[in-house]
Design a binder for this molecule. Structure first.
Ligand code: NDP
Length: 336
């Protein structure tokens, strides 16, 4: 009889409006950057996706080159989608991106119209979809006129292959310019996807203000600093199968003595309010009114459930925010 989504799936999730658009996103969304490639268990992938949707996570975020190998997260998602989620298509927001290296030669990365539109067709074909909900320019390309990159996003929307346009890793000025060009082509910039966590507060310097003024939403990636803001590395050692043990995106040298001191202090603040460190980290990014959604990763159902339980925690008090501040500020310095 196959997968039937939980009937109470909308009871506990909260949804926020993306900027001034009509689109609501769950406060916590699930990204498929890691844990959905060809080396990752299909059974675990299936369990994570089903549990997420059962708990009200309506948004799954992908990119052309997620894997490894590149394209495999989209291909695997397509398998799960066809089996479990096709009948729920209108309840789902599925995004993909284009901008980083994907295929060899001059047309397989950055921001040309040639790359963006070919990549979108490839993504749709791998996922078995007629359209994505959000199509992103994954990074700003200093060597391609922004007019061309935004023109390709507008074409994607006008052709019906994407419902909304987004940008990722664009700073405040680039976002303003992108929004203006898209508007001239009759397309609204829905959202920006920046990195943001207690250990990377770059978005606070001017991006969030700009997004608020421009009415653009934000979905913040790596809110757990890829696992540094969880109990994974609190002892200072690197557990087997953790991201730091598996790939180069999280380097072993980041688990320094300095890191350990600050992460354990934050963990204590979390414990004092009955949370885990990952829950504190999520409460903290969600305290920002301009943040529409926190975009997490999870390598198990247990992690996913723990993270989603954040949404029943009380808001952070001013006093708690003050206690967090020195450790969060220090984290920023650490990661630069
Ligand atoms: P997180 O900061 O949420 O890190 C997720 C990782 O932390 C998990 O894979 C897991 O790693 C560990 N973890 C999560 N929850 C727990 C828990 N409760 N206890 C212990 N460990 C936990 O986010 P990601 O870095 O994965 O990024 C999330 C998404 O953001 C991506 O999938 C992608 O969609 C998007 N993204 C976008 C980028 C962009 O340029 N636009 C760049 C990067 C990400 P472990 O394997 O150790 O278990």
């Amino acid at each position: 009889m196959g997968y039937q989504a939980a009937e109470n799936r909308y009871e506990n999730m909260k949804y926020r409006r993306s900027g001034k658009s009509g689109l609501l996103l769950p406060e916590i969304s699930l990204g498929l950057w890691h844990n959905f490639g060809d080396k990752d268990s299909m059974a675990t992938q299936k369990a994570i996706l089903r549990r997420a949707f059962d708990l009200g996570v309506t948004h799954f975020d992908l990119a052309n080159n997620y894997g490894p190998p590149y394209g495999s997260a989209e291909k695997n998602f397509g398998i799960h989608f066809a089996r479990d989620f096709a009948k729920y298509r209108d309840e789902l927001i599925i995004s993909t991106k284009v901008g980083y290296d994907m295929w060899p030669g001059p047309y397989g990365e950055w921001g040309s119209r040639k790359y963006l539109l070919a990549s979108l067709d490839q993504s749709l074909s791998r996922m078995g979809l007629d359209y994505v909900d959000i199509f992103y320019s994954h990074r700003y390309d200093p060597n391609t006129p922004l007019e061309e990159t935004m023109g390709a996003l507008a074409t994607a929307v006008h052709s019906g292959k994407a419902l909304y346009a987004g940008v990722s890793n664009y700073d405040a000025q680039q976002t303003r310019a992108a929004k203006e060009i898209l508007a001239s082509k009759g397309v609204t910039l829905l959202i920006n996807q920046p990195r943001y966590s207690m250990f990377d507060r770059t978005a606070e310097s001017s991006l969030f203000d700009t997004l608020g003024i421009e009415g653009v939403g934000s979905i913040v990636f790596s809110p757990l600093a890829q696992g540094l803001l969880t109990d994974r590395y609190l002892s200072g050692s690197i557990p087997k199968n953790s991201r730091a043990s598996r790939n180069h995106f999280l380097k072993a040298q980041e688990i320094s003595e300095e890191y350990r001191v600050h992460a354990n202090a934050l963990n204590q603040i979390a414990a004092n309010r009955g949370q885990t460190l990952s829950q504190l980290a999520l409460s903290w990014v969600l305290r920002q009114p301009t943040v529409t959604s926190a975009l997490i990763g999870a390598s198990s159902v247990k992690q996913l459930e723990q993270n989603l339980a954040t949404l029943s925690s009380p808001k952070l008090s001013l006093e708690e925010l003050k206690l967090i501040e020195p450790h969060a500020i220090h984290g920023l310095v650490l990661r630069r």
